[in-house]
Design a protein around this ligand. Sequence first.
Ligand code: S3P
Length: 437
Amino acid sequence: MSDTRFKVSPGGQLTGRLRVPGDKSISHRSIMLGSLANGVTEVSGFLEGADSLATLQAFRAMGVEVTGPDNGHVTIQGVGLRGLQAPAQALDLGNSGTSMRLMSGLLAGQSFDVTLTGDASLSSRPMQRVVEPLSRMGAHITTTHAGTAPLVIRGGEVLHGIDYAMPIASAQVKSCLLLAGLYADGTTCITEPAPTRDHTERMLSGMGYPLRSESGRVCLEGGHRLNAIAIDVPTDISSAAFFLAGACIAPGSDLVLEHVGMNPTRTGVLTILQQMGAAIEVSNRRDVGGEPVADLHVHPAELKGIEIDPALVPLAIDEFPALFVAAACARGRTVLTGAEELRVKESDRIQVMADGLQQLGIDATPTHDGMIIVGGSLTAGRVDSHGDHRIAMAFAMAALRSQGEIEILDCENVNTSFPGFADLAAQTGLSIVSGGP
Ligand code: S3P
């Protein structure tokens, strides 16, 4: 457990205009695909958080020349699909599930062996969901008995395309298999049970890789090439979500979030907040490099509890910590179902959020696949984020409506997705101090 704590004084309002950092999912993919492309990929708006930096370091360790990040700018000298080199040691991917799951796919097709490791949280997360379909493609990967990292990937295996129906709606699994498919004989097709984020498909297409995508199914053939492009990373709607929820619940707020990624596979948080009665105006819609973006203007609103449509779950999968805080401040009951995946994120987000909300006096009942929250008033209290970045940031926003100070433990990992969160939140109106015990 890290010693970084947030202490957040009650009340305040969020005002002004701000840009949250770059999208984490797109930042990871920019390094991976930029490395495998032919030519020089210039990235702007790159997220300089520990997770995407873990991906960047891993590709450097495999011989890719990467310059930066410098103020969000990264230059990648692509080595082509066959140009990666064996790393001298295991690749440590820290806290980052996206790095591990996506990279296991593309590394399964290399000529060299590689081992992927991570921190305690990542080492407890399920990897069988990628190892099993990759094995069907001909990959050779070993895990612990529990199906967790370290992953030991054997090089030199011949991969074959498969037609795979994913049992869970996971963009990480889909992307992993698409990346393995780049190295496979024949066609790799993936069918998803519900729409999940499609940044991999968009970036592959942007780089000129032929791919067929139609309602819930995507197919590609191995052996084509990727052409380097400029990638302008939008800001991360998953990071914007804390400020969206905060401005909704804090009286007197008036906040504009600029240049927010609005990919329709990511905007479930807006739909859910709007169904709860939020006042969010979307303006200046435009396209940056194949990804839609917009500015979001938020005012406080009297939120009401709702039954969240399970179809929206994959479209808001990372935003539930923030949404649970909004639900705690809403009138009436909010019911979430169909979200068992939250139990295998950086922490068990159902249990950890329910524990924290109860600690703050809220009637929150965890269920096997979601939560029932009855809106009420938040008391002062101390909550444990269990090293989960999104839980730490969500509880920081809860202080906007609490009756006393909220202290949040184990906040170091906020740096994985949102470096500078405490400073930006303080500038925007949250009374937050980040420090030791
Ligand atoms: C991600 C996919 C999601 C999400 C994660 C990032 C991605 O995970 O929770 O933060 O970049 O593909 P799952 O695919 O496990 O749902």
